[in-house]
Design a protein around this ligand. Structure first.
Ligand code: SF4
Length: 197
């Protein structure tokens, strides 16, 4: 079994992307946000920390996090309980901004280096919540777009739920796809409650 404390320390110390991040507009250094413990039953697989999370050092401490907790039906205390919930993005560090001030994609090297080891260290995960296209492509091996993957949610449940990113940028998507809130979310909340209690 992977020794989880050592693995967490290795990720915390990781500087593989230092040169890449130094060349972004924010010229920041790596700050891996590592948030998982042995025994977690719910995996939240996201994209990468944004700038606010880079500064706080805690995942989803932003409006996207508020929306995601609402989607899952979890309080902040429940969501941040590492004994039950593991939050493992496809990159552990903020990747920087592109020219339109949107977040750059997670560096591939992060998922390739760490994700398999983290998943091997979390054998008790019963439900994987895949937030956004990067996590969906990694975990499902799909090349389909987010809308198509999320629309097919019944073929993935109850072990996997694919979600759009909870960013404000997807508010129009939510309006165009009302079934997401009326059909998918009630089933997701019931499943989260089931595996965490
Ligand atoms: S994004 Fe991942 S691979 Fe890159 S420095 Fe951070 S922890 Fe290391």
């Amino acid at each position: 079994m992977v020794e989880i404390t050592a693995l967490k320390q290795q990720i915390t110390d990781c500087r593989l992307c230092a040169e890449r991040f130094a060349q972004t507009r924010t010229a920041h250094g790596p700050r891996p946000v590592v948030w998982f413990e042995q025994g977690a039953r719910l995996l939240v697989a996201g994209q990468a920390p944004g700038l606010r999370v880079h500064e706080s050092g805690k995942p989803f401490t932003d409006p996207s996090g508020d929306r995601l907790r609402d989607w899952l039906g979890l309080s902040a205390a429940e969501f941040y309980d590492t004994r039950r919930v593991a939050i493992v993005p496809m990159a552990f560090c903020f990747p920087g901004y592109d020219a339109r001030k949107a977040d750059l994609p997670p560096p591939r090297i992060c998922g390739a280096t760490w994700h398999g080891q983290v998943m091997a260290a979390l054998p008790d995960v019963r439900l994987r919540v895949l937030v956004g296209g990067h996590a969906q492509r990694y975990h499902l091996g799909t090349r389909d777009g987010v809308t198509q993957v999320v629309r097919n949610w019944r073929s993935l449940a109850p072990k996997v739920f694919a979600l759009p990113h909870p960013s404000w940028r997807n508010t129009a998507w939510l309006k165009r796809n009302p079934w997401f809130e009326t059909e998918l979310l009630p089933v997701l909340r019931a499943r989260v409650k089931e595996i965490l209690t």
